[in-house]
Write a protein that binds this ligand. Structure first.
Ligand code: ADP
Ligand code: MG
Ligand code: ZN
Length: 502
């Protein structure tokens, strides 16, 4: 038995089998019933939403001798004639193929001949945006004054690539993406029809992965039918989609949201180790976070998402572990990446960098929250310490030399373990910064001498520069001994007996 793909086998042959698109179907059926047919139609929309299907039904319906609810009856002479793919009245042209210029020229020659079996000769031109300039021009000539027995149906996924001259001559219909529910219903009907069992979750996973395209949902369904036995389960569908283990993906999302860099990188390493496509992984993580957001904010999440219970529960846990700002920030990080990953030669590095950044960074709204908390704290009596963050020269903050010196000393003791220098530095008497001279005065030569040692001075200058962003020249001085001072020191040596003699 030869295998017919599901999307061919289940191409609707009447309007009532077309799912979604009711706005389009209703209008077309009305035109058929009233006999008020236009001469040029334009069907636009994503692939697999029913453009070709509806075009074919419409083409047969306008020729049918006794349409049933606007659809071709399938029994009359004309319907039987037109079911034959070799008929001369419904002609499909694929603009994406090479021979189109000739075909369109040929079309210009032949449009004038009346239809063979029915009332209308219908030209369905698929992917019309792919027509070459000369083919467009040839088509336009015909569209300008079509014979009354001719109907054009142009179909395209890229309507913005069509010239205004074409757009203005057509009656336009926009095919919308199908909802998960509509696609899931269609899948169930088809699986029931071919006698396959399935889980509700599996159906929902296929429907979600199709992102609005019935055709894509049927391609996945086809693979599932080939891959699975009688029963199509959630895990089978994951396998067919090449999706990552959802538990690992949720674990990754949770690690990022919880700012656990080590765990994040470990999970990525595990997942990437299985050779998972990074772009798919990125999409999976984004979907997990999106689902968590959904669970956090929508009371009917279980009903809508239709996820297996263990997965839903894990997502609910993530959802309650973070606020909306955090979830949105992480979602944005991964969501913005998928496009770039496709063009990157190093997708894994890019993905890891994004994940780590999402662990460490704060989104604007997260920052706003932090600022608000800080403001509240300050308002409540907490005081802000001066921060000597690096500043650009012309927007330099007022430097408090003592604070800078103190920070510098803390680093020299804490980081550099230069204890002797640290003790000496602590014995300063005055500090000032004038221009780029950082002047420190010590009461006695012994401490000044330690600070002045070339290696120490260089270390201090270095620290001052990194802490303040300013390149200071260190100037170490010793207090000029005043007369009184000399006296007191001498007294120390000689005791109270010492007297000044003039
Ligand atoms: N609205 C729809 N209702 C039912 N089946 C659909 C619909 N859209 C697409 N399909 C299925 O997908 C297949 C491809 O659809 P098609 O009409 O060729 O899409 P398009 O021309 O928009 O790319 C059809 O054979 C059919 O099985
Ligand atoms: Mg098509
Ligand atoms: Zn008929």
């Amino acid at each position: 038995m030869s295998h017919i793909s599901l999307y061919r086998k289940y191409r609707p042959d009447s309007f009532d089998k077309v799912i979604g698109q009711s706005h389009i179907v209703r209008t077309l059926v009305n035109q058929i019933n009233s006999g008020n047919i236009s001469h040029a139609y334009l069907f636009t929309g994503t692939r697999g939403t029913g453009k070709t299907t509806v075009a074919r039904i419409f083409a047969r319906a306008i020729n049918c001798e006794s349409p049933v609810n606007g659809s071709p009856c399938g029994r009359c002479e004309t319907c039987l004639q037109l079911q034959n793919p070799g008929n001369m009245d419904i002609l499909e042209i694929d603009a994406a193929s090479n021979s189109t210029v000739d075909e369109i020229r040929d079309l210009r020659e032949k449009v004038k001949y009346p239809p063979v079996s029915g009332k209308y000769k219908v030209y369905i031109i698929d992917e019309v945006h792919m027509l070459s300039q000369s083919a467009f021009n040839a088509l336009l000539k015909t569209l300008e004054e079509p014979p009354s027995h001719v109907v054009f149906i142009l179909a395209t996924t890229d309507v913005h690539k069509l010239p205004q001259t074409i757009l203005s001559r057509c009656m336009r219909f926009d095919f919308k993406l199908l909802s998960v529910g509509e696609i899931a219903g269609n899948l169930k009907r088809i699986f029931d029809d071919i006698g396959r069992k399935y889980s509700e979750e599996a159906i929902n996973l296929i429907a979600t992965s199709a992102e609005g395209s019935v055709r894509d949902s049927l391609s996945v369904a086809d693979m599932c039918v080939a891959y699975c036995g009688d029963y199509i389960g959630y895990d089978d569908v994951l396998e067919v989609l090449g999706a990552s283990d959802p538990h690992a993906v949720i674990g990754l999302a949770a690690a990022v949201i919880g700012r656990d860099v080590q765990k994040t990188l470990t999970i990525i390493d595990n997942l990437a180790g299985y050779g998972k496509n990074i772009a798919v992984l990125d999409k999976d993580v984004a979907t997990a976070v999106r689902n968590a957001l959904f669970i956090k904010n929508c009371s009917n999440a279980a009903e809508v998402l239709k996820l297996p219970k263990d997965i839903f529960d894990k997502l609910a846990e993530i959802a309650s572990s973070a606020d909306n700002d955090r979830l949105l920030y992480v979602l944005d990080s991964f969501n913005g990446l998928s496009g770039e990953l496709r063009f990157s030669t190093q997708p894994r590095i890019m993905f890891e960098a994004t994940a780590v950044r999402a662990c460490c960074d704060y989104g604007t709204s997260e920052l706003e929250n932090r600022v608000r908390r800080l403001e509240a704290a300050i308002g409540g009596g907490a005081t802000a310490k001066p921060v000597n963050a690096p500043q650009k020269k012309n927007e330099r903050l007022e430097v408090v030399p003592e604070v800078l010196w103190d920070n510098c000393r803390t680093e020299i003791v804490g980081k550099e373990k230069c204890f002797t220098l640290g003790i000496a530095m602590n014995k300063y008497s005055t500090i000032s910064a004038e221009g780029n001279v950082f002047k420190v005065t010590f009461p006695n030569e012994a401490d000044a001498a330690i600070v002045r040692i070339f290696a120490n001075a260089a270390l201090i200058e270095n620290k001052l520069a990194t802490l303040s962003g300013e390149k200071y020249k260190l100037s170490v001085c010793v207090e000029k001994a005043s007369a009184d001072d000399v006296v007191s020191r001498l007294k120390n040596v000689f005791g109270d007996d010492f007297k000044i003699t003039k």
